[in-house]
Ligand binder design. Structure first.
Ligand code: NAP
Length: 251
């Protein structure tokens, strides 16, 4: 693969939920590929993550604290990132929450919170960057969905509905803005090594791994690599796609 195709030099990327977990790995990976990176997150540790990215990669990184499910806050966060780094070329809608429970005991507030952050947040953030992308005839939006958005999962009607909704949003928006050279894709991770999976007792961990054709839990870096591929010119003819990064779990 040529260096030109994978390079994100001179691009500006905004990663929501980039303070920790998968978003942090994505922010690092995009900076390693040459992008300037803005992290928009509720967690104040995003400032530390931005500093670590600058030290490790030599690329500029900045942090803005905002709740991406609130339109006014999200818009001013985008404006702040753009005032420091320049116009956003790459948006990664990664921020997400879970409020799991079987449907009969799930509160309306659990439904609303998950739909609001995971689905409405992506709509709000996409809208906030799109005018500029359309004007410049350049942009890439990547939505972090999940294998459960495709297969469903008991105890997660809110989360799986939001993640399935993100796939619908991805495909509709890809149709809307394709003629302006703005690409919109989704990545659907399976089980990824996080604090939650690391804390699982061994039998539960084994039961989980037994379902995965590749026989292992994925890493945040594997998700980040897929995002970097979709963000770069390597994926210049790919839009409306849902790229599974799940070791075959969703087959
Ligand atoms: P995580 O470790 O919980 O990190 C999510 C980050 O998003 C946190 O820093 C969180 O801040 C932030 N956030 C939450 N609500 C926000 C809001 N309203 N506005 C701004 N930032 C907000 O999550 P993760 O496990 O890395 O997952 C990242 C994404 O991948 C999510 O969309 C998730 O659904 C998806 N995914 C994860 C897995 C997995 O196995 N982990 C599998 C499939 C898909 P706070 O800490 O302050 O809440």
């Amino acid at each position: 693969m040529s260096e030109r195709n994978t390079s994100l030099d001179e691009r500006v990327a905004l990663v929501t939920g980039g303070a920790r977990g998968i978003g942090r790995a994505i922010a690092f990976r995009l900076a390693e590929a040459g992008a300037k990176v803005g992290i928009v997150d509720l967690a104040e540790t995003g400032a530390e993550t931005a500093r670590e990215i600058e030290q490790a990669t030599g690329r500029t990184a900045t942090f803005v604290r905002a709740d991406i499910s609130k339109e006014a806050e999200a818009r001013s966060a985008v404006a702040e990132v753009e005032s420091v780094l320049g116009p956003v070329d790459i948006l990664v809608n990664n921020a997400g929450i879970t409020r799991d429970g079987l449907v009969l005991v799930m509160d309306e507030t659990d439904w609303d919170a998950v739909l609001s952050v995971n689905l409405k947040g992506a709509f709000i953030m996409s809208k906030a960057v799109l005018r500029g992308m359309i004007k410049r005839r350049r942009g890439s939006i990547i939505n972090i969905s999940s294998v459960v958005g495709r297969r469903g999962n008991a105890g997660q009607v809110n989360y799986s509905a939001a993640k399935a909704g993100l796939i619908g949003l991805t495909k509709s928006l890809a149709r809307e803005v394709g003629s302006r050279n703005v690409r919109v894709n989704a990545v659907a991770p399976g089980y990824i090594e996080t604090e939650m999976t690391a804390a699982l007792p061994e039998p539960a961990r084994k039961a989980l791994i037994d379902q995965i054709p590749l026989g292992r839990i994925g890493t945040p870096d594997a998700v980040a690599d897929a995002v970097a591929f979709l963000a770069a010119d390597t994926a210049s003819f790919i839009t409306g796609a849902v790229l599974a990064v799940d070791g075959g779990l969703g087959i």
